[in-house]
Design a protein around this ligand. Structure first.
Ligand code: SF4
Length: 408
């Protein structure tokens, strides 16, 4: 088993999209060419970090199972402690935001100078609009761009959380800045990244996480949603566990999909590698033979079905079950199948609190339930009555001497 590295959210997502791409990135450490939109996001994150950092009042952190790291909060009345006046703490002014933006601008990856200028103008608009809202209602951050690590069900995970704020009720609120276009509240509801951060924050802070938000930087709005339930976190934990298992067992198969369009590793990927010219004729012959056999298989399958149907019709006409051939005897057999339509079965199971016994209408499980003496006879009858019965005929070939025609 291979060692599992500390997993980030983007690592988990990358593995789920394509394990081979994950290997290229995280094991082989192949570099990716810079991209303008990554540079743009990085620049905005850096400026927003500088803007919010002066307001940070640290919050107690877990050091181990039972101990807490001491912070200003342990010294009531200290400047900057929770509840203490924020004397001297003021965010930068508009000009300082512009200056930080110019200083922190990352220009790599833009396809043209014009594209870079277009993004640069857009970024300034975004930052100044963000700044106005920020100073009008300053948040109470307890951490910005915080690197957190944790063990999640024995799996090491880590991540940088854009901002963690103190909620009005003393809990924590997680915020993730996004430069993606057309974000909606549904994106925040379905964001695995926010769930991942909730798990990280809960394992590092004793205070409860109360809400999660994506900040839509282009639209200038915060998309805030309630914290994830334990069940929702368990579902993500399950996926993270599958990723860890896949990495440990070195399962790095290519999984082609939409992501291939932006994957720089296509020249290395077996899904897109071409057969060498000198091998093409020989392998092409094998492919042609395979195709012929496949077509033959389909033709035989059709012949087999129509012969069995004709045999069945003739056996029905004569009322016989066994038909001798020259070498074997064909024996007609009957198979009874039962099925249980979910819309009829579910109300019965629900009313009798039996849904945990049969979560999907699997006929085998339902029949076992219908025969279970611990279930009342009346309920068993109801379950049986919800099923529908169908019959299918099929032919078996039996060995043995062919039947000889009777004389007289
Ligand atoms: S090209 Fe597609 S299948 Fe191949 S490594 Fe990249 S993402 Fe995976």
């Amino acid at each position: 088993m291979a060692a599992v590295p500390v997993l980030s959210y983007s690592g988990v997502r990358s593995y789920l999209e394509c394990p081979l791409r994950w290997k290229f990135l995280y094991i082989d450490r192949l570099p990716e060419a810079p991209r303008g939109y990554f540079s743009f996001g990085r620049t905005l994150h850096s400026v927003l970090e500088e803007l919010a950092r002066p307001l940070v009042i640290p919050f107690p952190r877990r050091k181990g199972d039972a101990t807490l790291q001491h912070t200003l909060d342990h010294f009531a009345g200290a400047p900057g402690a929770a509840g203490a006046p924020r004397g001297g703490v003021s965010p930068m002014d508009r000009e300082a935001v512009r200056a930080a933006y110019a200083r922190l601008w990352v220009s790599e990856g833009y396809p043209t100078k014009e594209e870079e200028v277009r993004y640069r103008v857009l970024g300034e608009e975004i930052l100044l609009r963000f700044y106005d809202a920020f100073v009008a209602t300053p948040p109470q951050p307890v951490a910005v761009e915080e690197h957190l690590e944790a063990q999640w069900d024995g799996i090491p995970i880590h991540g940088y959380v854009d901002r963690i704020d103190r909620s009005p009720t003393g809990g924590l609120e997680i915020l993730d800045y996004k430069t993606t276009r057309n974000l909606t509240r549904a994106d925040a509801v379905g964001s695995d990244q926010l769930s991942f951060y909730q798990a990280l924050v809960e394992k590092n802070y004793p205070a409860p996480v109360e809400s999660l938000a994506l900040f839509d930087l282009r639209g200038g709005s915060e998309l805030r949603v309630p914290r994830r339930s334990p069940r929702e976190l368990a579902m993500l934990q399950d996926r993270v566990g599958k990723v860890a298992d896949g990495i440990a067992s070195e399962a790095f198969h290519p999984t082609p999909g939409r992501q291939c369009g932006r994957c720089e590793f296509r020249p290395l990927c077996p899904e897109f590698r071409e057969v060498p010219a000198e091998e093409r004729a020989r392998l092409g012959g094998l492919v042609d033979r395979f195709q012929e056999l496949r077509e033959e298989e389909r033709r035989l399958d059709r012949d087999l079905r129509s012969t069995a149907e004709e045999l069945h019709r003739q056996a029905e006409r004569l009322g016989v079950y066994r038909v001798p051939g020259s070498r074997t005897v064909a024996h007609r057999q009957r198979e009874t199948r039962r099925s249980y339509p979910a819309e009829q079965l579910r109300p019965i199971l629900e009313a009798e609190h039996l849904l945990d016994r049969v979560s999907a209408p699997d006929p085998g499980l339902v029949e076992r339930l219908a025969g279970d003496p611990s279930v009342s006879r009346a309920v068993r009858r109801k379950i049986s009555a919800a099923g529908t019965r169908s019959e299918a005929w099929y032919w078996d070939l039996e060995d043995g001497p062919p039947a000889s025609p009777r004389n007289g």
